[in-house]
Design a protein around this ligand. Structure first.
Ligand SMILES: [Zn+2]
Ligand SMILES: [Zn+2]
Length: 447
């Protein structure tokens, strides 16, 4: 099997796209271009390519191929640079960057809005993803483990797309909104370049040799279960116990994503009741991802991720007015005064799957975890594993504020990134790390 080519959506929904090409590229097999700054605008169903306000080409789609003799040899002279790429869309680390990429790219017009798609070999894409997501100084076994997780996830998504697996995505009626957001929703490309899929910043952060080495060392190796590539998920910190797939996305049970205690002691009693979850979330139980080792965290997280230091156990307060305004804005529902937030169902990690919002005017149930995180925060709550405490003032029956005690960062399914890094720093191999987070899965080299 040869390695597949992947289509990555770099920009979507743009009114115009400005970019610069370096080295030689050929446009639609017709025009040679090099070292030029160009702008693309929609024109009805077509596209126009401009240089300094002068139209140099017009067509239905624009496809740029690097004029390289040998396509599989890396050559830094051939690249393109795109302005205003937003990373971390809607998350608390959202920012814009100028980024550069290699390989071919295409610009298409989708109902007057522009999309830029980069086409690149899977392994090269992974080298970039690993080095964008991971700091160059991360422990090597961790980088190797992460490479295999990312590769497995990606190839499993490509398989799903090929087999056109369509899944139920929501259960919505007047009393509830249970929705989940999975990655298979892109139609014009395989994955987007943002955290929604995997953060891909092209050549921008592709400067560290260790991440490249980790991907190269594990080239073609994936996690397999029953002869199928594992849909390997990952998030920043599980919060002490990993979550299961069906509690975050559609109701499919994957044995290799079964919930585990992120620690060595497997015999310990895990929380099941609301009281036990409260005790678990309000304490700080030992776990691989329960670390305050700043030097390790600095090595593992990219600099802007360092904004969040209290990822394992966190606490926030939301005032009554802020909460009701937020919920009205996010859900489009006027609840009146918010009386209670009741967890109806929790996953194995404590992440709330269904949350009942009780207002003076309306009761409503929301889920699953990402919808809960979006509804209760201007950006996103770190996770849906939280305990809510209403605070009352002056014998009022309406709380004046709510205190959230939370655990973990992200959905918590599969590979716990911070936990994996700590395991690696304690001398565990990538095989041991992957065996811990993906019970029963095996490693296989498929190309
Ligand atoms: Zn995406
Ligand atoms: Zn963890």
């Amino acid at each position: 099997m040869n390695q597949p080519i992947i289509k990555v959506g770099i920009l979507q929904n743009q009114d115009s796209i400005t970019f610069k090409i370096y080295g030689g590229y050929i446009l639609n097999n017709k025009i040679k271009l090099s070292d030029r700054k160009l702008k693309v605008l929609p024109n009805g169903k077509n596209l126009i390519l401009q240089e300094k306000n002068e139209i140099i080409y017009s067509g239905e789609s624009l496809s740029f191929e690097p004029l390289k003799v040998n396509k599989s040899i890396e050559d830094a002279r051939y690249k393109f640079e795109v302005e205003n790429v937003t990373i971390g869309i809607d998350f608390h680390w959202e920012q814009k960057e100028k980024e550069s990429f290699e390989g071919s790219f295409k610009i298409i017009n989708k109902q007057g809005k522009l999309i830029l798609i980069n086409e690149i070999e899977v392994e090269r894409y992974l080298q970039s993803v690993i080095s964008s997501e991971m700091n160059s100084e991360s422990p090597f076994e961790y980088l190797k483990a992460h490479s295999i997780v990312s590769r497995s996830w990606l190839l499993a998504q490509l398989e799903n797309r090929k087999n056109a697996v369509s899944m139920e995505k929501s259960q919505v009626n007047e009393n509830q909104k249970i929705v989940w957001y999975d990655k298979s929703e892109h139609t014009d490309f395989d994955v987007c370049a943002d955290d929604h899929c995997q953060r891909y910043q092209g050549l921008t952060r592709l400067s560290n040799n260790l991440a490249l080495e980790a991907v190269k060392d594990t080239s073609g190796i994936v996690l397999m279960y029953n002869d199928r590539i594992c849909d390997a998920r990952y998030s920043k910190s599980c919060g002490g116990i990993t979550e299961e797939f069906q509690n975050v996305w559609q109701s499919v049970y994957y044995p290799y994503l079964k919930s585990i205690r992120d620690f060595d002691d497997k015999d310990e009693h895990l929380p099941k009741t609301e009281e036990e979850f409260e005790k678990f979330i309000k304490s700080s139980p030992e776990a691989y991802c329960n670390t305050k080792d700043e030097s390790l965290l600095k090595k593992v997280l990219n600099e802007f991720d360092l904004i969040t230091k209290d990822f394992y156990r966190w606490k926030i307060e939301i005032k009554q007015l802020a909460l009701k305004t937020l919920l009205e804005m996010k859900l489009g529902i006027d609840f009146g005064e918010i009386k209670e937030l009741i967890p109806l169902e929790r996953g194995k990690s404590g992440r709330i799957i269904k949350l009942k919002i009780v207002g003076t005017k309306k009761e409503y149930i929301i889920g699953k975890e990402l919808e809960i995180r979006r509804a209760l925060s201007e950006k996103h709550l770190y996770s849906s594993a939280f305990i809510v405490e209403p605070i009352f003032k002056d014998n009022s029956e309406i709380p004046c504020k709510f205190i959230f005690y939370g655990a973990g960062w992200g959905h918590g399914v599969g590979f716990c990134q911070i936990g994996g890094a700590v395991m690696a720093s304690k001398g565990k191999s990538f095989e041991e790390i992957l065996k811990h987070y993906f019970p029963g899965a095996e490693l296989r080299k498929i190309y």
